[in-house]
Design a binder for this molecule. Structure first.
Ligand SMILES: Cc1cc2nc3c(=O)[nH]c(=O)nc-3n(C[C@H](O)[C@H](O)[C@H](O)COP(=O)(O)OP(=O)(O)OC[C@H]3O[C@@H](n4cnc5c(N)ncnc54)[C@H](O)[C@@H]3O)c2cc1C
Length: 453
């Protein structure tokens, strides 16, 4: 009953936004379309509805704050869903759960609704850390998190992106551009969860990036062949010849066509220089990923045993590992991460090997037994900012620390911490840096999260 009411409400919004005054049968006359301009007021604005942003928004909404979530894509979940990296990790370290809360609740819900299975976290992953990542159905997860946002009272705004962000009288004024709409959003606290520190940069704060960034990946699955009956030596030799002729690019699949076939394509493509920060750079990353996959599919189908190779699935975006990071009040260093430094203002845990991909692939550097790194609040706050937080892969960290901090469970933990901090800052009329860590931890725990002790 409730769902039907929601549907009816949604369809009337659609009609109003198109300027259709009365619904009638047959041809409908409508005025020429004009760009709609509007102003919205909210307590908390989250920009970027990906891995971290959804959790930040749900936390803010569940804590009773008026919350808007702006996302430039068509669904929530970001890299976890649209990027196809539907294997969030890692929630457990050394036999104990270290990240729980809203992210873990949603991951478990997606697993249960698809009859998937959780890894057995009590068996140590050893050098095979992906064993502790949770394989889930990305599209199902996208639907679930959308439902949870709506239930938490979060107003979702798809297809919109900020064009201007200004601070005035203790509020942020954010102008967004979307399809047929220009919206001014006045908010008290802003959380940048774009993964690229995009809102941070537009707001005028410094962002940092490496001269060379990790490659992105286009996620896909191939099938139609029997791996065990293939002549792998011949295939690798033909692959090298084709690269020599300039018809395939060595770095696109880590120079390892056998790996592509064995994994059926799982998380193996490399799109060098992939950058999702602007529509132009993301377009290029998408086209590069698709061009390379198409050429490789055609090549595979010329080889004995692979004539029937087919594309089973492919994401519609190249997923991006690394672009910009904020210049925060504290920069988490590699030494902090690998020694598991316990910060006084730690608000969440993180756990992953140091994991830098380059053109040849990746050799993870595992943490020493017992080490569980922490994330200080100061790393979520750009220098010189007020009423501004960041969560997700673009937090303040050096490159090596970032290569581990960027993973999904860690982003979810940070998202919840940023959401809780924004709520308290709004309620207490403070800037995030001045909110008491004790209060933040209490709110996170009250919403099921785990906080560093
Ligand atoms: C190929 C690949 C493999 C990976 N493997 C793993 C793994 O095995 N396990 C693991 O846990 N992690 C893995 N990661 C890392 C992890 O998935 C990401 O680092 C993490 O999901 C990033 O979360 P985020 O919230 O910072 O960004 P995202 O999830 O990317 O979310 C950012 C959101 O912001 C939106 N956005 C961006 N710019 C704007 C804008 N200007 N306006 C409005 N909206 C905007 C985007 O559309 C997106 O929805 C992998 C990453 C990649 C790319």
């Amino acid at each position: 009953m409730k769902k039907i009411q929601r549907r009816a409400a949604l369809s009337s919004i659609g009609a109003m936004s198109l300027g259709i005054t009365a619904l009638a049968k047959g041809e409908i006359v409508s005025e020429p379309y004009k760009i709609k301009k509007q102003t919205l007021k909210t307590d908390i604005l989250v920009i970027g509805g990906g891995t971290a942003g959804v959790i930040a928004a749900i936390q803010a909404g569940r804590a009773g704050r008026k919350t808007i979530l702006v996302e430039n894509g068509s669904q929530l979940g970001g890299t976890t869903t649209t990027g196809g990296v539907a294997f969030p990790g890692i929630f457990f370290a050394w036999g104990n759960q270290i990240i729980s809360g809203i992210g873990w609740e949603l991951v478990q819900a997606a697993v249960a609704l698809n009859d998937d299975t959780l890894p057995n976290f009590s068996i140590p992953h050893g050098k095979n850390h992906p064993r502790h990542q949770v394989r889930l159905n990305g599209q199902l997860y996208a639907m679930l998190i959308e439902e949870k946002c709506i239930e938490a009272g979060v107003q979702i705004r798809f297809y919109e992106t900020p064009t201007q962000i200004m601070f005035k009288k203790n509020n942020w004024i954010v102008q967004t551009m979307g399809k047929g709409m220009i919206t001014e959003i006045i908010c008290n606290q802003l959380i940048d969860c774009t993964g690229n520190a995009y809102a941070t940069s537009i707001a005028g704060f410094t962002v940092l990036r490496e001269a060379e960034t990790q490659p992105g990946s286009l996620m896909f699955e191939i099938g139609g062949y029997d791996f065990n009956s293939l002549d792998l030596k011949m295939i690798q030799a033909r692959y090298q010849e084709t690269i020599q002729k300039g018809e395939l690019v060595k770095t696109d699949f880590r120079n390892n066509i056998v790996g592509v076939l064995k994994s059926k394509g799982d998380n193996i493509s490399h799109v060098m220089g992939a950058d999702s920060t602007t529509s132009e750079s993301h377009t290029l990353a998408n086209i590069k990923g698709r061009t390379s996959l198409l050429q490789t599919l055609r090549f595979l189908r010329t080889l004995p045993g692979l004539e029937k190779t087919k594309l089973v699935d492919m994401q519609n975006e190249t997923a991006v590992r690394e672009t910009y990071r904020i210049d925060g009040h504290y920069k988490i260093t590699h030494a902090d991460y690998v020694t598991g430094k316990k910060f006084d203002d730690a608000v969440s845990y993180s756990y992953y090997p140091i994991d830098v991909h380059d053109e040849n692939g990746v050799v993870p550097d595992h943490l020493k037994e017992g080490i569980v790194p922490t994330v200080p609040l100061r790393a979520l706050i750009p220098k010189n900012s007020r009423n501004f937080l960041v969560a997700g892969r673009c937090i303040s960290s050096d490159r090596l620390a970032n290569s581990a901090l960027r993973v999904q469970a860690s982003c979810m933990g940070m998202g919840q911490a940023a959401g809780a901090t924004a709520v308290l800052a709004n309620l207490q009329n403070k800037t995030p840096l001045d909110v008491s860590i004790k209060d933040i931890k209490e709110m996170i725990e009250a919403h099921g999260g785990i906080v560093p002790v």
